[in-house]
Write a protein that binds this ligand. Sequence first.
Ligand SMILES: *Cc1c(COP(=O)(O)O)cnc(C)c1O
Length: 380
Amino acid sequence: MNDKIWLSSPHMGENELKNVQEAFATNWIAPLGPHVNAFEEGLSQYLGEGVQVAALSAGTAALHLALVILGVQAGDEVICQSMTFSASANPIVYQGATPVFVDSEEQTWNISPKLLEAAIKDRIEKGKKPKAIIIVHLYGMPAQMDQLMEIANRYEIPVVEDAAEALGSSYRGQRLGTFGAISILSFNGNKIITTSGGGALVSKNEEWVKKARFLATQARDAAPHYQHSQIGYNYRMSNICAGIGCGQLDVLEARVAKRRSNYDFYKNELSDYTNMRFMEEPGSDYYSNRWLSTLLVEEDGGFSREDIRLGLEKDNIESRPLWKPMHLQPVFEGAPFYGDGTSERLFQKGLCLPSGSNLSDGDLNRVVRQIHQLLQTVEK
Ligand SMILES: *Cc1c(COP(=O)(O)O)cnc(C)c1O
């Protein structure tokens, strides 16, 4: 059996282990310490736009705290892009609120401005103005931020920007992760850079970032004893993980460049199959980190997305269908949904190819060779 080729696996640089050893040498083995501060500072420098950063234990924790800080409570409604990873929506339910799912549009696969506005209008008509809008940049592709922010601002609803997959991407030259009233990042093992597990809450509002750090360390009031006047969480990032994060920040630009070159490679090598459509940047306003290389497979070519996925699996190569929309998930059955079938279609036809920044030329060639072999038998 050939070695496994993963969809997206961790890729360490030169400094991560050194930073971890430094944490051991100085005994900063805790959810605070110099690496945590340096990681926050490094991220805020990288993102620009005057944002501040709170390093947390996960992107999911960051989303949860974002909703807490925005005052989302039991009985409230929060709009969420339907096509995403479940972590975008779960924290809505942690707060006892109801997710209202909105479909994607074809160009970016992210939340449709048209359907977003229709959903807001209808929820207000039904008596409840949504408390927040969760916008996701799937696979690193920027959502249509100009239109989306205009709508959110017009209805005065704060945006939570889920940039978990989009560190290193930008829209009109502005880095993703700086658009939301609150934005979040993830450093899970499969993301473009990783701290093994981790996340961050990002905002221009310094009070909110301070509040996030406060809530993430059990909401301890200023007192010599342990005093609490609010419910807190244990959501802070460990200094060990932050040391890994600092090392990963040093190589972030290189990781983006490699992921983008993976995408270009696949697109060139597979350009003969007219029923395969690679996910394109809609124009020069959109710069994707190409976290995952994605494509749609139209069935009129005589083969399907599943034919390719299963064929790759036979050669020990991991690929995956696109995110299954939340409005189709059993756990969110009955949640309100505003859609036109777009995300369902994308889910039926879409595939993510192995996309790690640590893939060798040999690995990439093996993926392409396997696809060619598979499809030799069917008409191009
Ligand atoms: C990975 C991911 C998250 C969750 O981040 P964790 O760090 O794994 O908790 C949230 N939203 C999206 C879109 C993601 O891909």
